[in-house]
Design a protein around this ligand. Structure first.
Ligand SMILES: Nc1ncnc2c1ncn2[C@@H]1O[C@H](COP(=O)(O)OP(=O)(O)OP(=O)(O)O)[C@@H](O)[C@H]1O
Ligand SMILES: [Mg+2]
Length: 292
């Protein structure tokens, strides 16, 4: 079965698709069969970043049952071992994707035969985004050093943790019924509701939060980022109860924008650039973490 890695952010435009395409390429170069799945609800554009302007099939073909299997949507890219499931943001957002349809998509994704699937889940905290993010084995979050982006990342991680706890109790009779009919804005509220329904289950809920442990990438760093990262990590530990480990930092680098204008990952376009160097280190560390 393929290992699944998801990439998300709180704020848009912070480098998710840049990261997905470069990690895809770097992991494929390690000899892994890699599929990038573009599930960005807001604006799917990964295929464009790879120079594929008019994919003949996209995820819409699967959602509207023109094909039965998501594997039929996979399109090869002009790089060895690398292919893509092109997205269609509009369709994903408006596909009135009820839970059953989303489940079908996630199930089909998990059945794809390859070594690694990298999901670009887009920005924000819609249920779709959170569920696609949580469908992975390894979670990567990315932010720039901008305070607004860090605050949005905090909100994203908090809501993802809440959703993870809630889905951990689906099927647990009375607890899931109680949880399903409430709206939560903090982990403390969820834990209290769980405890109220069944005191024994609080420990399980706390364990789910502790095990959550998403990884963090700071993008567009310029040198003064240490304190904001430390503060984000402390806040998450204190108010959400989960630890976030740094997977890496990518410096501000004009080669990234130049590569995007050339419709190529920067790791291919300018392999000696500082950004490409950082991405190579990140891929190395990810390979260690995932055992790929
Ligand atoms: N390390 C970097 N140095 C310089 N510019 C960067 C860097 N990372 C990203 N960018 C710039 O930020 C822009 C947005 O990147 P990208 O499209 O990957 O973000 P995104 O998070 O996928 O956005 P969206 O939420 O709209 O999907 C890029 O077009 C690029 O110009
Ligand atoms: Mg994007």
């Amino acid at each position: 079965m393929a290992r699944i890695v998801s990439i998300a952010s709180g704020k848009g435009g912070v480098g998710k698709s840049m990261l997905a395409t470069n990690l895809g390429l770097l992991m494929a170069r390690r000899g892994l069969e890699v599929v990038i799945a573009d599930l960005d609800v807001g604006g799917a554009d990964v295929h464009v970043l790879m120079g594929e302007f008019n994919p003949d099939r996209t995820i819409s073909d699967f959602l509207y049952r023109r094909v039965d299997d998501l594997a039929e949507v996979i399109r090869p890219l002009p790089f060895k071992n690398l292919s893509i499931i092109p997205g269609t943001g509009d369709t994903l957002a408006t596909a009135n994707m009820r839970f059953a349809r989303k489940k079908r998509l996630i199930r089909s994704l998990k059945r794809i035969e390859c070594d690694l699937i990298i999901i670009d889940v887009g920005a924000g905290t819609s249920f779709h985004t959170l569920d696609f993010f949580l469908a992975a084995d390894t979670y990567i979050t990315i932010t720039t050093t901008e305070p607004a982006a860090i605050l949005d990342l905090y909100r994203f991680v908090k809501l993802a943790a809440i959703r993870k706890v809630l889905s951990g109790f689906i099927g647990y009779g009375r607890i899931s019924e109680t949880l399903a009919h409430q709206d939560f804005s903090s982990i403390d509220q969820v834990l209290a509701a769980v405890e109220h329904t069944d005191p024994e289950s609080r420990k399980k809920a706390e364990q789910i939060v502790r095990d959550f442990a998403p990884l963090l990438i700071m993008n567009r760093t310029t040198g003064r980022t240490r304190t904001s990262v430390q503060r984000l990590k402390l806040t998450l530990r204190q108010y959400v109860g989960c630890d976030v480990a740094t997977l890496g930092e990518i410096p501000e680098d004009q080669a990234v924008a130049r590569a995007i204008r050339a419709y190529m990952p920067v790791s291919e376009y300018a392999p000696a650039s500082p950004a490409a160097g950082s991405l190579a280190k990140i891929a190395e560390k990810l390979a260690e973490i995932t055992g790929c």
